[in-house]
Design a protein around this ligand. Sequence first.
Ligand code: UDX
Length: 443
Amino acid sequence: MTSKQPKTAKPAAEARRVCVIGAGYVGLPTAGVLSTRGHDVVLAERDERRLNMLLAGEMPIFEPGLDVLLAEGRAAGRLRYMPSAAEAVQGCEFVFLCVPTPQGDDGAADLSYVESAAAEIGPFLEPGTIVINKSTVPVGTVNLVERTIGRSDIAVVSNPEFLREGTAVTDSLHPDRIVVGSTDVRAATAVAELFGSTGAAMVITDPTTAETIKYASNAFLATKISFINAMAALCEAVGADVRDLVLGLGFDKRIGFEFLRPGPGWGGSCFPKDTSALVHIGMEHGYDFGLLRGAIACNDEQIERMVHKLEVAAGGSLDGKTIGIWGLTFKADTDDRRNSPATAITAKVVERGATVRAYDPTVSANDANSPDLAGVEIVADPVEAARGAAVIGLLTEWQEFRWVDFDAVAALMAAPSIVDARNLLDPEAIRRQGFTYVGVGRT
Ligand code: UDX
């Protein structure tokens, strides 16, 4: 998919030589934005398939605007791709670590990629290079990277990333704030200057605080969503309307409207992993983060709540029924299904004996072997997902679901029924087309 031209970033005061390690959801926009700011960027990616796609001008992930951003950098000769991190860092003044930090078995972040990248580049760094942790990492990782590199002429700095998938390019070009954590003021200032005049607030602090800020942001936002999901459940119980409730809340500037959309629960590569990791960090340091444990438990309940809605809409049991699923990614405008509430709900529906026909614009029949889609038939359009279905579960807020031919959908269902886990559709309009409609937090 090709997307619109991103607004070119304001150049930084001085062009610097920058290396970004890891061409993932964080590394790619970071490399793109730094190159449009006028820096000379080399992106190291050791996965051959990913690297070859980039070299061919193709995108290894779906992220709106990323293709144009990277093409700009390539056309200006300011963005190169290389397989070897050890080679890529040579001659660079700044090295961003943007490697994955998946969740380990005990809930703690798995730092093996960070450690191996630091060990690999250590001997090849130029004296005075600043190494920057952009991956979300537990408190103390700046020290771990320092120890792994083992050189007193290298500064290690924390610079957490706050971009969201789906809006990664805009978020990187126009951040709300830039957080830099370092005990070395020279290094912190140099990293802050790399981003040029974004107009973003700058928070320069110590590494531990910077690392904690990232977890705190994600934990706060996840808690905010869990709060509104809990309020939605309460609205259903008392007969209130969560949409009007959000209006009543959001106009209070202290609360605001952001992250108050009720839904099937929060997912993705960050919130589930980072909330568990923060609970774990607390435990390791003698603090039981009960509030956050509650937000996580509330999120697990939300998934079960959506399964229950489908069950009720299907006549009290899922066993032997066909269920149509619209949307499998963890949110719209991404192809990412990591910790997706949509696939978690779908798996439970399959577990309870239903046949599932699912449609998602980023998933094709070739993906059907993926473990998270076990037992799910992938179809090519939303209408097809409705064939013989007792109910449709709309689980991801892809805008195209607003414009489906609902007459064609209804014609394929014995008793047209939809559970809209994202409150995407207009209940009145859908009901007029003969559907039974169930949303979240509204009757
Ligand atoms: C998040 C943070 O927002 C970002 O700052 C951080 O760098 C990475 O983690 P991301 O996971 O890409 O970004 O998506 P986000 O838009 O935050 O959504 C996270 C989850 O919350 C999704 O499952 C989304 O559907 C859900 N969500 C979000 C809601 O259910 N309601 C909302 O109001 C907002």
